[in-house]
Write a protein of this length. Structure first.
Length: 318
């Protein structure tokens, strides 16, 4: 088995971590942890202008989304992009012993961004763009009722049976056996040295590698009330890509089912729909897709609807 053949976060799949053009900020979460991020702010305040929070994928730095944030800002939005605790701008000197889990990333870190948006942009509508686990984080904040519109891309919480069949067992070995083993040895997952991920806190690895189909059965999810998902009453567009081995239809639908009081639309796009040979799990936010994929998210954020001629097909929902 060659684990390097398993879909991962290779440097060629993400944008270079160039300095963000937004204004840097620090925000303190409810437990006192300091989070870092960037704000794209228009000089003239407008209560009708939405502010968008970008939720990153697991262990992907917020700088990966900077060009997409530039794009949203150029189209009239204020934007907040941030790193979860332990990652990028929110990384302490050492990850060993750091308390950080998927639930912390949602219930504490994303919640802090919702509070920041309400404080820094009072009265403005709050929208969210969420990649991968970021879609799950969007349902974990206590202030989730404030979200007006939500666009997710490949959003799921890594239940291994949902992985694409062609890659399932290799992905299981990589993420559910090798990753937790290395974390046990090192005290955190040294993903950056392997070229798989950013270095990742041990608690996040425990959540990811636990092979259960229900989020509330993950280690940090056991103390959660899934009522936070039900409080979100947003217009949700879930975008999935057909060659994404993480974001299969069952994986996307599994997460969408938690948003019980939201209006949900699932758009499935094949690479050939936009004239490409492949897109995968990470490439959506690359600037190469500014003309083909980004307008789909933009249209939803602007109107809560898909524009005529949008590529892909709608996935029927029960």
């Amino acid at each position: 088995m060659n684990l390097q053949d398993v879909p991962s976060l290779a440097p060629s799949q993400i944008q270079s971590p160039l300095p963000a053009s937004g204004e840097p900020f620090n925000e303190t979460a409810a437990d006192g942890f300091t989070l870092g991020g960037f704000t794209w702010r228009h000089s003239v305040r407008d209560s009708a202008r939405p502010v968008i929070i970008i939720n990153a994928a697991t262990s992907v730095r917020c700088r990966h989304y900077s060009r997409f944030a530039d794009y949203l800002h150029a189209h009239g939005f204020d934007v907040i992009s941030y790193d979860y605790r332990g990652i990028g701008e929110s990384r302490p000197a050492s990850l060993k012993g750091l308390r950080a889990s998927w639930s912390d990333w949602g219930a504490l870190d994303f919640e802090a961004m919702l509070k920041r948006a309400q404080r820094e942009f009072p009265g403005q509508p709050i929208d969210v763009v969420a990649h991968s686990f970021g879609g799950c984080a969007a349902g974990l904040g206590a202030s989730g009722k404030a979200i007006r519109r939500l666009v997710t891309v490949g959003a799921q919480f890594a239940y291994w049976r949902d992985y694409a069949p062609a890659h399932r067992w290799r992905m299981f070995a990589k993420w559910h056996l090798v990753m937790p083993l290395l974390t046990l040895i090192c005290g955190y997952f040294p993903g950056k040295r392997l070229g798989w991920l950013e270095d990742t806190p041990a608690g996040v690895v425990r959540d990811w590698s636990t092979p259960t189909a229900r989020y509330e059965k993950r280690p940090s999810g056991r103390d959660l009330h899934v009522k936070t998902f039900a409080a979100v009453k947003a217009q949700v567009l879930a975008i999935s890509i057909s060659d994404d081995p993480y974001g299969t239809i069952p994986a996307i639908e599994r997460l969408l089912d938690y948003f019980t009081h939201s209006r949900k639309t699932h758009l499935r796009i094949a690479p050939e729909d936009i004239g490409q040979a492949e897109v995968g799990h990470f490439a959506f936010f690359r600037s190469a897709y500014q003309a083909t994929l980004w307008p789909i998210a933009l249209s939803w954020l602007q109107s809560g609807e898909l524009a005529p001629g949008t590529p892909g097909r709608l996935v029927p929902r029960n």
